[in-house]
Design a protein around this ligand. Structure first.
Ligand code: ADP
Ligand code: ZN
Length: 705
């Protein structure tokens, strides 16, 4: 059975091997056991139920909460030649009847439905369908506590009454433990095997840039985007206004972008989504509402204009990048204003404490001087043994300095105001600012006024945030965000407790992770070929009225550029090209590659040119003449071609007498420096080139001489 699965993987989806865990999951389903699959976005969950569905007789039911997701998956399956459909109330009666017929005849391999639809048809036509298995996608929707709660999901356990013998598989990208438990109990899974893959998304580089003035941030982002022309990305903002400002700013700079937020009509929102999915508008500036249910695999970067509310949200949002596994970037900007704003929001909630705690963890992530990925994964209960090497901290490892003096200045500053000072004002006081507020409050008369003038405001911000993260001070959210000295802080102030802080590095002195990871390939011939293939893909997609990635993913195009197949049949060696797509697109893509290679012939190495002449039957001297180079050089080419296994019969370039006299000379002389002693030993009767060839011959055939 697993062999059949393997065959389907290659012939239908065009993949050579399963990813880690996929094979075990498929095996588990094939042996009719229940499964819970926890895999990050882009991890390849769909394959886990689609392949078993193809192996089984009958129709697999797939439950999914969003129509857009169902449509995408069905479209993708069909493009691979799989008989699949989704069923929902928006379809015409005729369409519905066709699907029902197919299902009842047993020709439909996968049938997608929203839970409410499924519950509606349970007792009607569905009773006459042979159901092979049940897959419940986005299974975290059973959780009352999550933000995607769908009440209908909690009724799915009754499916067991209808199909008790078939395997059930629940899949989700939500990591937390409470949700896992709920999935198991609420879906009525029987003794499920739980498959937990790592939540790491190593292809996404992580970077945080803090405390940039608005103007600098704009320039920064513009640079970032301009060095990634045509690439798709999302800028997440806290407020609707900011999404509009950003899209305007980008448009003013000639960069196509749309904004998206809950204030738009549903038609407007649908249009933005469609344009984004179909690569018509590469950039969307959005509030967090954007992205749910978008299955676009080639989003190359995510920018957060503000600090996200919590790490779950951050992880989910950056996860929308790089689903195709290609290198992608996540860039987070934040400043203390965001923190204050979010903490303000939290005050109105009955779960205020939890929200503030989560916000603090998010802030800690942003401020952390340890590997970002380590911090992120540890939040989800995973430990990364080594630093990731693909985040800004790994690129710019911090230096630690003794922070006791800095801390004492700040702490006594706070104490002297009776802990009635916020962070910004404290910085002004420490730096001896002549601002109105400082004078108004009489803080210019404090003993600590001006004691920190040696550090810039940015430096103070950097150190104060660390004091916050290390628990030296805390923010009283309910008291005007004033700073309070903790008991740990008091030990530093009064008992000589020591403290280390990571030293401040000017943003402009930092290595840019995303840049250093990008090899500039633009303009190289491979890059040009990629562009051509992308264009061809777009044409095909338009013709068939499907999103471009349904034709081929970016990852597949990259592999095409790598392998450069010029026959349509060779296209199946490319990852992501199954049988159906080879037939459908093979000809055109192979031709595109061939034309490109014809127009951009690869410069041949000088050795290969010599080889061409020799293969044409030219002698050594004729080749030398034709190429206008020395005969000895041609001999050295032959030696190299022979060593590289490009040319085998070198015996024709020397006689057996020459070979044996060279052999004798070598035996007599032993190890020699260069060829000259051998040449002289043989009285110049054997040319240098021939000696060289003989030596290549000996060494390749490992003849002891
Ligand atoms: P998820 O549902 O977990 O977010 P998908 O099922 O959409 O992820 O898969 C993400 C991407 O990985 C898709 O482009 C998919 O075709 C690709 N993929 C899945 N399994 C494999 C595999 N074994 N080899 C190569 N690519 C794969
Ligand atoms: Zn790292």
């Amino acid at each position: 059975m697993i062999q059949t699965a393997q065959n389907h993987l290659k012939s239908v989806f065009g993949y050579d091997e399963f990813r880690p865990q996929q094979e075990e999951i498929v095996e588990n389903v094939l042996s009719k056991k229940d499964s819970i699959v926890l895999m990050p976005t882009g991890g390849g969950k769909s394959i886990c139920f689609q392949i078993p569905a193809l192996c089984f007789e009958g129709t697999a039911l797939v439950i999914s909460p969003l129509i857009s997701l169902m449509k995408d998956q069905v479209e993708a399956l069909k493009s691979n030649g799989v008989s699949a459909a989704f069923f929902n109330s928006s379809q015409s009666d005729f369409e519905k009847q066709q699907i029902i017929n197919q299902a009842q005849e047993g020709t439909l391999k996968l049938l997608y439905m929203a839970p409410e639809t499924l519950l509606n048809v349970l007792n009607t036509w569905l009773t006459r369908v042979e159901v092979s298995m049940v897959a419940i996608d986005e299974a975290h929707c059973v959780s009352m506590w999550g933000h995607d709660f769908r009440p209908e999901y909690t009724q799915l356990s009754q499916l067991r009454d209808y199909w008790s013998e078939v395997p059930y598989i629940a899949l989700t990208a939500t990591a937390d433990k409470a949700t896992r438990k709920e999935i198991k109990s609420k879906l009525g899974l029987v003794d499920p095997n739980v498959f937990l893959t790592s939540f790491d998304r190593p292809n996404i580089s992580l970077e945080v840039r803090g405390n940039l003035p608005k103007k600098d941030k704009r320039k920064d982002v513009l640079d970032f985007i301009q060095s990634r022309q045509g690439e798709s990305g999302i800028i997440y903002c806290l407020s609707r206004r900011e999404t509009e400002e950003w899209s305007e700013f980008l448009l003013e700079n000639g960069i196509p972008a749309s904004h998206y937020h809950a204030g738009l009509t549903s038609e407007e929102r649908a249009e933005v989504q469609e344009d984004f999915i179909n690569d018509r508008v590469p950039i969307v500036t959005a509030t967090i509402a954007f992205g749910m249910g978008i299955d676009k695999s080639n989003v190359r970067w995510i920018i957060h204009n503000n600090l996200p509310k919590n790490i779950e949200g951050y992880y989910q949002e950056i996860g929308r990048a790089g689903r195709d596994g290609l290198p992608s970037q996540a860039l987070l900007y934040y400043n203390m204003r965001d923190v204050k704003l979010l903490a303000d929001f939290a005050q109105d909630s009955p779960h205020k404490d939890v929200l503030v705690e989560k916000l603090n963890r998010m802030l800690q992530f942003a401020e952390s001087p340890t590997c970002r990925r380590k911090t992120l994964l540890s939040y989800f209960g995973e430990t990364l043994i080594k630093d990731c090497g693909n985040c800004d901290v790994c690129e710019n490892p911090p230096a630690f300095i003794s922070g006791s003096l800095i801390a004492q200045k700040a702490l006594s500053g706070i104490m002297r105001t009776n802990e009635k000072i916020g962070m910004n004002l404290l910085i002004q006081v420490l730096r001896g600012s002549k601002s109105f507020e400082v004078y108004d409050k009489g803080f210019n008369k404090l003993k600590t006024y001006g004691v920190g003038a040696d550090l810039s405001a940015k430096e103070w911000q950097h150190y104060l945030t660390q004091l916050l993260n290390q628990g030296v001070v805390e923010i009283a959210y309910d008291e005007n965000f004033n700073l309070k000295v903790t008991s740990f802080g008091k030990r530093i102030l009064f008992d000589g407790q020591k403290l280390m802080l990571s030293s401040y590095v000017e943003q402009s002195n930092k290595k840019d992770v995303s840049k250093s990871k990008r090899k500039s390939k633009r303009g190289t011939s491979d890059e040009q070929l990629f562009e051509r293939l992308r264009n061809l893909r777009l044409q095909m997609a338009k013709k068939e009225k499907v999103p471009a990635y349904i034709v081929f993913s970016d990852a597949t195009l990259k592999d095409m550029v790598e392998k450069k197949p010029i026959l349509s049949t060779e296209l199946t060696s490319v990852s992501g090209v199954g049988h159906q797509k080879m037939i459908k697109y093979g000809e055109e893509f192979a031709k595109c590659i061939k034309d490109f290679l014809d127009q951009n012939p690869k410069k041949k190495s000088t050795f290969d040119v010599t080889l061409d002449y020799l293969n044409e039957g030219f002698s050594v001297s004729e080749t030398a003449l034709a190429r206008d180079i020395q005969e000895t050089t041609i001999f050295s080419h032959i030696a190299k071609l022979y060593t590289d296994n490009k040319l085998n019969d070198i015996n024709k370039y020397f006689s057996s007498e020459e070979l044996s006299s060279v052999e004798k000379a070598i035996q007599k002389l032993g190890e020699t420096e260069g060829l000259k002693p051998i040449f002289e030993e043989l009285n110049g009767e054997v040319p240098y080139g021939v000696i060289r060839l003989c030596i290549s011959y000996f060494s390749k055939n490992e003849l002891a001489v």
